[in-house]
Design a protein around this ligand. Structure first.
Ligand code: KIV
Length: 303
C-alpha cells in the first residue's frame, strides 16, 4: 500500500489503552487552535487536551473558573479541524457537570457538535457518579485529581497536593474511584513524585502527570509552556523552544522593515500589465522613458 493511499485514522481510547498495555509513555499536550493542533498532530502526539487552561493562556482570564461552554466549544471545534490523528479530549468547564444531567447535556455537545472523542472532568470521589453516567452513555471520560484548578476558590492557591498522610490517602481513594467509575485515563496534577508513582502502580488505567514526576504512565504539558510562548514557565515544565523570543524578533523585524520601506519588496509585490495602467492614466511609453521597469511577482502566478 502506498503512503498516499494509507487512510489516516483517529486515535481512540482503545488505542490509548493499547499504548498503556505496551508500556509506551503517553505524550499529551494541550492545544486551543487550528495551527497548533496541526503541529501537534504532525509531531505524532497521540492525545490532545483542549484544556480549560485556555482561559488563562489564550483568553487572559485570571482563573479557569471564568471559562464558558461556548468558549470551550469554539476552541474544540478549531482543534478538531486542525487534527486528524490525535484523540481529542475536551475539558468540561466549571459548573458544566455540576449534576449528571448537566454533564450528559454538555459532554454530548462536545462529542456531537464539536467533534471531540472524549471529555475530562475534575474531581475524584465527588465526580465518580457523573463519570459513571457519562461512560454508561458511551462518552469516554478522562479523570483529573490532585490540583484541580476549577476548585481554586476552595483550595486558596495553586500548590502541591497530597503531601500529608491524610491528603495522600484521599488522593489514592480518589484515583481508585475515578477508575472504578470507568474513566479511560486520569490526570494527576501537582502531586509528589512518589505518591503519583504509587497511584500509577495501583491503577489499571494510564495516569497522565503534570508536575507529578516521571513515574506516571504519560505526561501532559500546557503547549505554551513547552514552546516558551509566555514570559513565565512553571517549575514543572521544560521549555523545548523559545517562541516568545522568536516571535518578538520576527515582529520587531517586520516593524523595522515596514518603517524603512523595505517591506514589501519586489518578491512580495504583484504587478499588472504596464500598458494597461498607462492607458488608464492616459500616458504613453515615452512618458516613462528612463524609468526602470518594475520587477515583481510574475503576472501569471497567483499569490
Ligand atoms: O486545562 C488544562 O490544561 C488541564 C491540564 C493542565 C491537565 O487541565
Amino acid at each position: 500500500m502506498s503512503a498516499q493511499s494509507e487512510t489516516v485514522r483517529r486515535t481512540s481510547v482503545v488505542d490509548i489503552a493499547r499504548l498503556y498495555a505496551d508500556g509506551v509513555r503517553i505524550a499529551t499536550v494541550t492545544a486551543y487552535d487550528y495551527p497548533t493542533a496541526q503541529l501537534v498532530d504532525e509531531a505524532g502526539i497521540p492525545l490532545i487536551l483542549v484544556g480549560d487552561s485556555l482561559g488563562q493562556v489564550m483568553l487572559g482570564y485570571d482563573t479557569t473558573v471564568r471559562v464558558s461552554m461556548e468558549e470551550m466549544l469554539h476552541h474544540t471545534k478549531a482543534v478538531v479541524r486542525g487534527s486528524n490523528r490525535a484523540l481529542i479530549v475536551a475539558d468540561m468547564p466549571f459548573l458544566s457537570y455540576a449534576t449528571p444531567e448537566d454533564a450528559l447535556e454538555n459532554s454530548g455537545r462536545f462529542l456531537r457538535d464539536a467533534g471531540a472523542q472524549a471529555v475530562k472532568i475534575e474531581g475524584g470521589i465527588r465526580s465518580a457518579r457523573t463519570i459513571e453516567t457519562l461512560v454508561r452513555a458511551g462518552i469516554p471520560v478522562m479523570g483529573h485529581i490532585g490540583l484541580t484548578p476549577q476548585a481554586i476558590n476552595t483550595l486558596g492557591r495553586v500548590r502541591v497536593q497530597g503531601r500529608s498522610r491524610e491528603q495522600a490517602r484521599v488522593l489514592l481513594a480518589d484515583a481508585l474511584a475515578v477508575q472504578e467509575a470507568g474513566a479511560f485515563a486520569i490526570v494527576l496534577e501537582l502531586l509528589p513524585g512518589q505518591l503519583a508513582e504509587a497511584v500509577t502502580e495501583r491503577l489499571r488505567i494510564p495516569t497522565i502527570g503534570i508536575g507529578a514526576g516521571a513515574g506516571c504512565s504519560g505526561q501532559i504539558q500546557v503547549v505554551t509552556d513547552l514552546l516558551g510562548l509566555g514570559t513565565w514557565t512553571p517549575r514543572h515544565a521544560r521549555k523545548y523552544a523559545d517562541l516568545h523570543g522568536v516571535i518578538l524578533e520576527a515582529l520587531r523585524g517586520y516593524r523595522a522593515d515596514t518603517e524603512a520601506g523595505t517591506f514589501p519588496g519586489n518578491a512580495e509585490t504583484v504587478l499588472m500589465d504596464q500598458t494597461v495602467l498607462d492607458e488608464v492614466l492616459g500616458r504613453g511609453a515615452q512618458d516613462r522613458a528612463g524609468e526602470t521597469p518594475a520587477a515583481g511577482i510574475p503576472l501569471d502566478r497567483d499569490l
